[in-house]
Write a protein that binds this ligand. Structure first.
Ligand SMILES: NC(=O)c1ccc[n+]([C@@H]2O[C@H](COP(=O)([O-])OP(=O)(O)OC[C@H]3O[C@@H](n4cnc5c(N)ncnc54)[C@H](O)[C@@H]3O)[C@@H](O)[C@H]2O)c1
Length: 314
């Protein structure tokens, strides 16, 4: 793959929390005319009219293949998935979309030789990991979503070693962003809290006040994604999912930090079924390998993340 202008990019699940932000960054970097955005649903607020949007269910192999060949695609960002809380409501659908969708991308890449980005998640870890999740910590997830992510990482490693597929992955922590509401994950509270703080000044948080999870501001996550996709293939020692460095704060610490900036904001803590998934995940992640292999470092801390979230939503 050569310079930026050689990129012809297709994004699946492009209308989601990460997709809408990634599209903006990709079009800025490589030109909107080189990007095809796809999703199973129609966009209702697709602002970047220069990006070609097409409907695509990632389970529809033939249509997927037609798009790859018609647009001469050489890079796919595969974001279509069912996330943790939604996955527990419909485990069969979660398995089908997360696994069969990934298999379709892998098989197409084997045939057409394009580079793939396929995200993993901190949900690969289970409660045996303890507080700090390292790259090589055990992978014993308790959610079906986490199980699909572990299987996805293994398939990525397999297709890379057995078939030379150039696939790259990150274990995203909970991502905090303001443009699109998150799509049914356990860390959604860390986004909802900002929307409510700015609008009604009241929020009932669905995890306990002392729940601590790895998190990251979306700009750092997008930068990590682009940096990993630009890294020379030979520098990568992991294909399934790199641990990233992350912020870690309790739900209450997040509340207090927002309250410093919006004093009238009141938050209560009323845990629901998602508490169980949060409890099974680590508090923080060790991202040393992503720093060693391709030089990633965080730019946003809790304070700067809260400032930009509140300013953007106000
Ligand atoms: N957002 C996070 O905090 C987070 C954390 C860890 C990992 N991830 C991973 O990042 C990826 C993207 O996550 P997100 O937060 O943008 O999710 P999201 O739920 O916001 O978006 C997913 C998109 O996929 C689409 N989709 C669902 N089924 C589809 C199908 N069959 N065909 C095509 N599109 C389909 C949905 O319409 C949606 O727009 C996922 O793999 C997710 O597991 C996200």
């Amino acid at each position: 793959m050569g310079g930026p202008t050689d990129r012809r990019i297709l994004v699946t699940g492009a209308l989601g929390q990460i997709g809408m932000e990634l599209l903006e960054a990709l079009s800025e970097k490589f030109g909107a005319e080189n990007i095809v955005a796809t999703d199973i649903r129609e966009p209702d607020n697709f602002e970047n009219a220069e990006i070609n949007f097409l409907k695509l269910d990632v389970l529809d192999f033939d249509k997927f293949e037609n798009l790859i060949t018609e647009y001469n695609i050489n890079e796919v960002y595969h974001l279509a998935a069912i996330l943790s809380a939604s996955g527990e409501k419909n485990p069969e659908l979660c398995w089908k979309i997360n696994m069969d969708g990934l298999m379709n991308v892998l098989e197409l890449s084997r045939k057409y030789k394009f580079r793939i980005f396929a995200p993993s998640s901190i949900a690969v870890f289970g409660s045996d990991v303890g507080n700090l999740a390292r790259q090589n910590s055990p992978l014993n997830p308790s959610t079906i979503y986490g199980i699909t992510k572990v299987a996805g990482e293994l398939m990525a490693e397999y297709y890379h070693s057995a078939h030379g597929v150039d696939i790259r992955g990150l274990r995203y922590p909970g991502l905090v962003s303001w443009k699109v509401m998150p799509g049914g994950g356990t860390t959604d509270y860390a986004v909802e809290i900002f929307h409510k703080a700015v609008s009604s000044k009241k929020y009932a948080c669905f995890v306990e006040r002392d729940t601590r999870l790895p998190m990251m501001y979306i700009d750092d996550a997008i930068r990590a994604t682009l940096q990993l996709m630009d890294a020379p293939s030979e520098s990568l020692t992991i294909r399934g999912g790199y641990n990233l460095p992350s912020l870690n704060f309790t739900a209450e610490e997040l509340y207090f930090k927002i309250k410093e900036k919006i004093p009238a904001f009141e938050c209560t803590f009323e845990p629901d079924h998602r508490q169980e998934y949060a409890d099974s995940w680590p508090d923080e992640t060790d991202g040393a390998l992503s720093q060693n292999d391709w030089g990633f470092e965080l730019e946003f801390d809790l304070d700067s993340m809260c400032t930009i979230m509140i300013e953007s939503l106000s």
